[in-house]
Design a protein around this ligand. Sequence first.
Ligand code: GDG
Length: 734
Amino acid sequence: MGKTIIISNRLPVQLQISNGTITAIPSVGGLATGMKSVHSGSESLWIGWSGLTDEDTPPELEGNIDKALAEHGCAKVNLNAQEIDGFYFGFSNRTVWPLFHYFLEYTEFELDFWETYKSVNQKFADAIIEQSDEDDTIWVHDYQLMLVPQMVREKRPDTTIGFFLHIPFPSYEIFRTLPWREEVLEGLLGSDLIGFHTYDYERHFLSSVRRLLGLDVSFNDIYLGNRVIKVDSFPMGIDYKKFRDAALKHDSKGSKDRSDLQLRLDNHKASAPDTKLILSIDRLDYSKGIAKRLNAFEYFLKKYPEFKEKVRLIILAVPSRSNVPQYQLLKKEIDELVGRINGELSTVNWTPIWYFYRSLPFESLIDLYTSSDIAWLTPLRDGMNLVAKEYIATRTDQTGVLILSEMAGSAYEMNEALLINPNNFEEQADTLKQAFYMPVDEQVSRNSFLQKRLERYNVEVWANEFMNALNEKRDIGKAFISEKMSDKILSDIQDNYGSAKKRLLFLDYDGTLAGFHKDPQKASPDEELYELLDELNSQENTTMFLISGRDKQTFGRWFLPKKYNMIVEHGVWISKEGHDFKMLEQVKGEWMEKIRPVLESFVDRTPGSFIEEKNYSLAWHYRNTDPDFGEKRATELNTVLRSLIGNDDISVLNGNKVMEVKNSNVNKGRAAVRMLGEDDYDFVFAIGDDWTDEFMFQELPSSAVTVKVGLQKTQAKYHVESTKKVRELLKRFI
Ligand code: GDG
């Protein structure tokens, strides 16, 4: 097995240059910690931007920087100031970030940003290609690098690539406003596995893939050409032990070891023992809902004035992206709000809000977490929100109340917290009151559940689960359900074909010999196909059957003059060498009167769907409907039909965007076996793409060469990727 390569915008180390010496200091962030088990030893490499632009890097130190980074298993991608502007501050943080957090009003669609984003993503991809081998496993992180997977795939088609998005993936209605939406999706689909924090983000992504790229999605698998891409949710955890241990250490400190911040917090508690501290910690970002929270706090104090002098809100806002104008405006808004609220409500003994605009050392963070009675986190949208988890992890005596926005990914896993809608001030005021009075035993009971889960599903487990799923994906990819038709297999088949005395061929039509068309009547054979079939059919000792679910009128029109053998309507009718169709199976059609009105009601309620009426079957086609809606209706129809048909001799076939109701004793397998019994064949071949062809693959003897078109699960021995490949294969028989 090869190396593991991790790629993120920033490296997990910080470079410090002083007096011409370079030091690389490991970062302590959650991602860096979580990846420890993945990024260790010589078997892994982390590629990213070092944080220094080309302009800030003294050329004579280049070599030393590379060396310092290599000591931490890192390699850098060089970026200049203009690239950082367009790629990071531009497209990443002025287009993708606001759009994916549902802030359409802040989203800028600038062609220049996009162009730089593309070229910088290419730089990252080039760095990966340069530093990796084919058998390496690559894990790309986050929204700054969404085009990288496909860029790597182009040069390294067989490499295993995973991608994890740390922020939300928005609903299709939001995502589709992006002018480069297809390119972004295609970029991500270069991956083998795409991970999100929650099932909702996963669902939104799949919906965009279906609607914008028209790809087939089955559960959480996306079918793209000859590849299957897996999508799944992996809710990111924290380094539970680190926070827990830090809190335990904090608890055991005597007063002389306590930090200034802690002494101040202690003082506050001692001077007013019946007051409570409410804490919020966020990067200063509009997605975190800080301004709304301040307004909600003011509302709370006005609604319940008895809490004046009884609560204090500590806001730690960590400076972030201050080059982006929106963040500068937000900073101003928050400064003013804090000033106004404190100005209006403070008393001689009490300031309602303590506001810190800075980054604090880890120990101070622990001081704040352990000293606060309530954590109040109100993001308007947040991929996950790790602060919520960290607060709970530090509560060693299991007291404390977490009030958390429903809009944070972590809310899905933290049901025992008090969940609120950050836009509902009334609810928040009442929840703050509830938190203030929550009995200790209730706090302990809620937090013990939360802690158990956080301890179990920590960040290391998260990283390992992702890597395991990625490795599994690679192994499944290798041992695919059926074997891919290789050149070697094909030439063996060709040899057997050549030496056989009597050959029997079953060729499905739609999705096999010809592609799908929005209107099935328009998917008529082209000249090239006629020529190919003519040649096959005219071969000595060869019996060729077209075998299809289509009606006899259409096939009669297309192929009767050609004198091909045909089995249609899944085996109801047969025509040999240009003779009229005869019934192959005796079937009754009375049930159709009962089923037709049901299908009609589904056509009425599902725009784009229609009924195809055959002699002994009815098919409801939904290829042209909205994909999600079509699937939903198909499931519904399936249930309705199954309850209607009971034990009758009719069955429902789920084909490719079509549901067909037909007599049970009719299927392609049965028909094919009947034909097989008519002579002494020593070469039998069957090829088809959908569920109905599985009957043939199943029923034909094991010596038959069975081929599936596409990558779905199958009973066939081999698979080919497309109708184009089918024709190439058949040409080898001529
Ligand atoms: C993105 C997504 C997703 C904060 N202030 C200080 C400090 N922190 C640390 C916290 C926490 C981290 O920063 C913040 O993590 P969040 O998850 O809350 O938010 P984002 O930075 O927006 O992260 C988010 C995350 O990616 C992971 O996938 O959860 O939704 O937006 O760990 O402890 N650390 C120190 N001083 C501070 O002042 N030392």
